[in-house]
Design a protein around this ligand. Structure first.
Ligand code: NAP
Length: 228
C-alpha cells in the first residue's frame, strides 16, 4: 500500500487507487477523471505526476473539477492562490506554512528567499509567504549572485532538486532553513537540497530530510481532501 492510501486508511477516509497501465491513452485517462468528477463518493482527485511521455499533463489537470482538485494544480485554484482567496493550497507549500505557523515563527517583514520557481513548489510557496507579508525573493537557475541573495534570507526555502546545493556559506547566522528537496543518491539514500550537517550549526532552525517537509505534504493532501 502506498503512503497516501495508508494515510487514508488510518484516517478512515474512503479511497480508490487507479494504477493504470503505461499504454493508457489520453482519452481513457480524461474519461476516468470525468467519471470521478461526477462520482459523489469522491471529493478529491489526485493525478500522480509526471505522466508518461505522450500524455498531455495540462489537459488532464484541466479536466479535474476545481472543487475536487486537492493538489491545487488546476488553473482556477492557481489563480485563487495568486489573489489570496483560496480553498486549496498545493500540499508542499501548505505543509511548510503549517510548520512555520505551528512553530510560532513570524513571516511579516522577513526576507524570504525561495530557490526554485516550479508551479508545484517555488511559485505557490512564494505567494504564500507574500500573503503573510514576507518580503519575497524568488531565485532560479538564471539568478546571478545566488549566494549574496541567500545570505540575506531570514527564511530560506530550497526547492531545487540537487543534493547538498545549499551550503553553509550561503546561509545567514540564525536563518530558518526549509529543505524541500527529495533527491535519491546512487546508494538509494534520500537527501534534501541542503548540506544539513554543515548548515545546521549556522541555522536558527532547519528541517531534515527525510522527515521534514515530506510527511507534511501528505498531511496537507488529507487536509485538502477534508476541505473538499
Ligand atoms: P523542478 O520543477 O525541477 O524545479 C527546480 C527549480 O530549481 C527550478 O525553478 C530551477 O530553475 C531551479 N534551479 C535548478 N538549478 C538551479 C541552480 N543552479 N540555481 C538556482 N536555481 C536552480 O523541481 P520541483 O518540482 O520544484 O522540486 C524541487 C525539489 O523538491 C525536488 O528535489 C523534488 O523531489 C522535491 N519535492 C519534494 C516534495 C516534498 O513533499 N518534500 C514535493 C515536491 C517536490 P529554472 O526554473 O530556471 O530551471
Amino acid at each position: 500500500m502506498g503512503r497516501k492510501e495508508a494515510m487514508c486508511a488510518e484516517l478512515g477516509m474512503y479511497s480508490e487507487k487507479y494504477a493504470l497501465p503505461a499504454e493508457t491513452t489520453q482519452e481513457e485517462l480524461v474519461a476516468l477523471v470525468e467519471k470521478l468528477n461526477c462520482d459523489d463518493k469522491i471529493h478529491g482527485i489526485l493525478v500522480q505526476l509526471p505522466l508518461p511521455d505522450g500524455l498531455d499533463e495540462k489537459a488532464v489537470i484541466n479536466t479535474i473539477n476545481p472543487e475536487k482538485d486537492v493538489d491545487a494544480f488546476h488553473p482556477v485554484n492557481v489563480g485563487k492562490i495568486m489573489i489570496g482567496d483560496y480553498d486549496f493550497v498545493p500540499c508542499t507549500p501548505a505543509g511548510i506554512m503549517e510548520m512555520i505557523d505551528e512553530s510560532g515563527m513570524e513571516v511579516e517583514g522577513k526576507h524570504c528567499v525561495v530557490i526554485g520557481r516550479s508551479n508545484i513548489v517555488g511559485k505557490p510557496m512564494s505567494m504564500l509567504l507574500l500573503h503573510k507579508n514576507g518580503t519575497v525573493t524568488i531565485c532560479h537557475s538564471r539568478t546571478k549572485n545566488l549566494k549574496e541573495i541567500t545570505k540575506t534570507a531570514d527564511i530560506l526555502v530550497a526547492a531545487v532538486g540537487r543534493s547538498h546545493f545549499v551550503t553553509a556559506d550561503m546561509v545567514k547566522e540564525g536563518a530558518v532553513v526549509i529543505d524541500v528537496g527529495m533527491n535519491r543518491l546512487e546508494n538509494g539514500k534520500l537527501t534534501g537540497d541542503v548540506d544539513f550537517e554543515n548548515v545546521e550549526p549556522v541555522a536558527g532552525a532547519i528541517t531534515p530530510v527525510p522527515g521534514g517537509v515530506g510527511p507534511m505534504t501528505i498531511s496537507m493532501l488529507m487536509k485538502n481532501t477534508i476541505t473538499a
